[in-house]
Ligand binder design. Structure first.
Ligand SMILES: NC(=O)c1ccc[n+]([C@@H]2O[C@H](COP(=O)([O-])OP(=O)(O)OC[C@H]3O[C@@H](n4cnc5c(N)ncnc54)[C@H](OP(=O)(O)O)[C@@H]3O)[C@@H](O)[C@H]2O)c1
Length: 342
């Protein structure tokens, strides 16, 4: 078999169409993965709508995948054909998730822990990487809270805020603060997610249905036992960013998924996350991160997102992206199954 099914975005601002393309052989250092589960992200519909990052069309998108090792490239050690693995896709067709076979650098791939499914595994790479690069990796690309996953690092007694706690990446930010030992972890989210976000590690929920975003900083100051040195904006919009700034002390850090804002004044620092381990500035941290992620998941320190399984194989992705765009996905990750494509 040398052909596979893929989902092409046919042209800039174009349509998603199921098509065929060759199955590529892994190059040195790469693994070919038979993709059983591929998760959807906002970036996928944003690329379709706004045409950025992608240079060549037709393009295959998708940055979250899980499946089986199909073939191993030269120099790769520690993996065998048939191993269950998960990893983050990247822009450029060979590394994308919305196809039946993808090539990923072996040092950015993890073995799927026995306690989670392919779909759950596919919910982890991009959301977790975003929060981990933003919070753990060294400055200036991250907040530098624990770039080496040193188990001795501990922030007990400290407080943190996450705006957008129920987003895919916000859920991982909550869990990373818990992993770091933060004593007070405040999430701004819908009240219906309270029990779920507390199960991930949030100690307090500020209900976004009750507290307008402009009141968040004031509310945080009443809750937190210690002044905040860090806040995390999982939404990226300007109002959330202001709330993040207003909640932290002078010299503190706002970690933000979208901001291009560099100088917050008052000595406050902004970390703009580029949540891909494939990027040169994140590559070394990415290697360390992927050595640690499977164990953290196996030990229950990091839980996957809750998943909703999409029907129809690759053909089901387009409708899922429309739902993401229309903000009709709440506290869950949509996951497609490329091998079910007819
Ligand atoms: N910089 C990077 O590398 C990077 C990486 C990943 C994502 N991002 C960006 O980060 C953003 C979030 O992505 P995602 O995939 O994590 O999100 P997502 O899971 O698609 O977000 C959906 C969630 O957002 C919550 N939400 C929406 N508006 C809210 C508000 N005003 N306050 C609090 N919660 C709100 C919704 O909660 P309700 O249930 O309350 O509606 C819902 O649960 C996107 O803009 C994405 O493009 C950037």
């Amino acid at each position: 078999m040398s052909e596979q099914k893929v989902l092409f975005l046919d042209k800039p601002h174009g349509s998603f169409v199921v098509s065929s393309a060759p199955i590529l052989k892994p190059g040195p250092g790469q693994i070919s993965i038979k993709v059983h589960a591929a998760a959807l992200n906002p970036i996928d519909w944003k690329i379709q709508a706004f045409n950025f990052y992608i240079k060549n069309y037709p393009a295959i998108l998708g940055t979250d995948l899980a499946g089986d090792v199909e073939e191993i490239g030269e120099g790769v050690e520690g993996f065998s054909k048939g191993d269950k693995v998960f990893g983050q896709g990247f822009f450029g067709n060979e590394m994308a998730g919305f196809q039946q076979y993808a090539l990923i650098p072996a040092d950015l791939v993890g073995k799927i822990p026995s306690n989670i499914s392919y779909a759950q595994a596919a919910s982890i790479p991009s959301g977790y990487t975003t929060a981990a690069v933003g919070l753990l990796s060294a400055q200036p690309f991250g907040a530098g809270l624990n770039p080496t996953y040193d188990p001795k690092v501990n922030y007990t007694g400290e407080s943190a805020l996450i705006i957008g706690g129920s987003t895919a990446n916000g859920q991982f930010a909550i869990q990373i603060f818990k992993y770091l030992g933060y004593s007070t972890i405040i999430a701004y989210a819908s009240a219906r997610h309270t029990d779920f976000l507390k199960s991930l590690g949030a100690t307090h929920i500020i209900d976004r249905g009750e507290t307008p975003i402009e009141m968040v900083a004031e509310t945080v100051k009443k809750i937190a036992l210690t002044p905040l040195k860090i806040s995390y904006n999982a939404l990226g919009d300007a109002d959330s960013r202001s709330a993040c700034f207003d909640s932290i002390v002078e010299g503190g850090q706002v970690v933000d998924v979208i901001s291009e804002f560099k100088d917050a004044g008052n000595g406050k620092r902004v970390v703009t996350i580029m949540g891909s381990a494939h990027l040169p500035q994140n590559r070394e941290f990415g290697r360390i991160m992927w050595k640690n992620v499977p164990g953290l998941v196996q030990d229950g320190v990091i839980l996957p997102n809750r998943v909703e399984k999409l029907p129809g194989g690759l053909a089901g992705i387009s409708e899922g992206l429309e739902r993401l765009k229309a903000k009709k996905v709440s506290g869950e990750k949509l996951v497609a199954f490329p091998q079910e494509t007819v």
